[in-house]
Design a protein around this ligand. Sequence first.
Ligand code: F6R
Length: 607
Amino acid sequence: MCGIVGYIGKKTAQDVLLNGLKRLEYRGYDSAGIATLDDEEQPHIARSVGKIAELEKVVAKEPQTGHLGIGHTRWATHGGVTEANAHPHHVGNIWMVHNGIIENYKELKAELKDVEFKSDTDTEVLAAFIDKNFAKGTSLKDAVAKAVKKVRGTYGIAVFSPLEPGKIVVARLGSPLIIGVGKDETIIASDASALLGYTREAVYLNDGELAVCSDDNVDVYNLNLKHLSTNTETIEGDLAQIQKGGYDHFLLKEIMEQATTLHNTLSGRIDPKNGTMHLGGPNLTTKEMKDLRHIVIVGCGTAYYAGLLASYYMEQLIPDITTEVVIASEYRYRSFHLPEHTVALIVSQSGETADTLACLREIKKRGAKTLGVVNVVGSTIAREVDGGTYVHAGPEISVASTKAFTAQVVAMLMFAGMIAEVHGGNKSLISQFTQELAILPKEIEKTLNEHHDTMKKLAKKYAKYDDALYLGRDTAYPIALEGALKLKEVSYLHAEGYASGELKHGPIALVDDTFFEVFDILDNWLFEKSIGGLHEVRARGGHALVLTDAVDKEIDADDVVRINTPIKQLVPILLNTLQQLLAYYVAVERGNDVDQPRNLAKSVTVE
Ligand code: F6R
C-alpha cells in the first residue's frame, strides 16, 4: 500500500527520496511523487502516474537540489489514479504526504468552503486543515496536532513548510512511521527497508504521537503537545536481504531461500535430541499454559491459511484444547465470545494489516491474552500484542507471500509443541514433529532443487488454461487453498481451492476439459479417498496435475510430481513449495509483473 519517505540532511534529498521510494515499490502503488525545499527555501514538486521510473523521468527534466523533502507512493483509495491525486499535496504553505484513510474527510471538507481543492483525495482535505491552523500564526507542530485531532480514520503523515525550513513534522495513527536517526541526517519512512544502508538507529512513532524532525534532532510529542522521552531502537536486516541476489524476481528468490530462512525460524527453538520445542517470546507462565483451553488464530489471506494448517497440527498435539481459525476481516465485526483461558494468535507477515490489527484490539478488550506470530520486527501488531514470536523469515519483498507462510506454520507448530509438553501430550508425537522440523529445511531445499525444472515445464503447459481447481484433504486442504490463492494472485488465472470431499457438493459442475486441477495428495490413510476425487475429475475431461509424497503408488493423472522424503506430517509444507514454483512460472509465462501483481498491495493497512 502507500509508502512514505522523508529526508533532512546533507545529501541531495531527491536522491534519497527516490531511492527510498524504490525500496517501498514492493508494497504496491499506482503513482508516486516527491517535494523538496531548496536552500533558498523554495519548494519543488514532481509527481507522476505509474512506476518510480516515470517519476525519475519527470525529476530528470528539472532536478531538485534541496536537502529536505518528502516522497510518497500512492495506492489509490479516494480518487482515481491521476497525477492530481498523487502525493505530495500542496495547500497554501503546506506540503504533505499521507498514508491511511481520513474517514470523515467529507465532513471536514464541508468546513473548508473557501478552499479550492485540486484533487479528489482525503489527504488534501487534511493538508488544508493544517494550513488553516498554520495561517493563524501557530507553529507547524501545533497546526498539525490541532488538525489531526479532528480526524476519524488512520494516518501516517509527513509535512513541511517553507515558513519553517529545516523541519519535517510527522504524525501517526494506525499507519506506521519510523524515524531513522543518522549522523547529521534524519530519514523518515513508513517501512524500515527504506532506512537500510543509511542508519540502524530509529525511533518508532506510536499511535497518537507526532514528532518534529530536523537533521540532528527528533522531538516526540503526544497530541496535547506534551513532550515525550524517546528511545531509539535498532533496525534489523541488511541491504542484501532486500536485493534480488541474482534471481530474476524477488518471488523466486523468496521461494528458493526458504531452507535458509526456516533455519532462522527454528534456530534455538527445537531440541531434536530430547524431542522438544520451545518458544521464548509468548511470555506465558506454566500455569497459563496449563490452564489454556482455547486457541483462536486470526489472520488474512495467506496468514489465515497458515493458521488453518497449523490448527490441524494443534488438534493432534493438544487434543484437550479447542482451536478455532478466523478471518480477521469477518471476526472483527462478529459478536464473538471468548471463553476463559483463551489465547489468541495474531498472525501477520507485515504486522500492519488493518483487519488483523483491529481483531487484536477487539480481543484485548475482551480480556484474552494476545500473542503475535509476526515477521516484521517493530511492526504495530508486534508492539501491541502481550507477547508472541517473530517468525524470522527476513524481509518479504514480493507481494505474494511465500516464505512467510512456511515460517508462520512452523512457528505455530512450535507453539503447539510447547503447550503439548505442558499438557502432558503424546511424547512420541511431539518428538516426531520435532524430528521432522529438524530436517525440514534440508527437505525443502531438496524438493525445490529436484523439481524446479519440472515445475517450470509444467507451468508452460498449464499457463494456457484460464481456470484451475486446487483440491486437498486433511492437512493438504489448507495448502490447496493457499495454492489457488498464490496462482490467482500472480498469474491472474481463475483458481479456487476446495476440500476434496466438497468436490461432489458443487465444484465438480465446473469440470470440463477447459479446466486443470491440482491435487495435493498425501500418502496416508486418506490416500484412496483422495484418489477417488481424482478419478471423478478425470472421467469428466479435467486435466489433473498431482503433487504427492506417494512414491510408489499408481496414480492416473496427466502429470504426477512425486516427492521422495522421510517427512510424513509436514509433507503439505513441501507440496506447497511446488505450488509456489508453479504459480511463479505460470506468471512469468503469462508475462505478468510477478513481484507487484496488479491491484495488490503488500501490506493492507486500510480496510
Ligand atoms: C498472499 C498475501 C496476502 C497476505 C494478507 C495478510 O500472498 O500476500 O493474502 O497474506 O494480506 O498479510 P499479513 O500477513 O501481512 O497480515
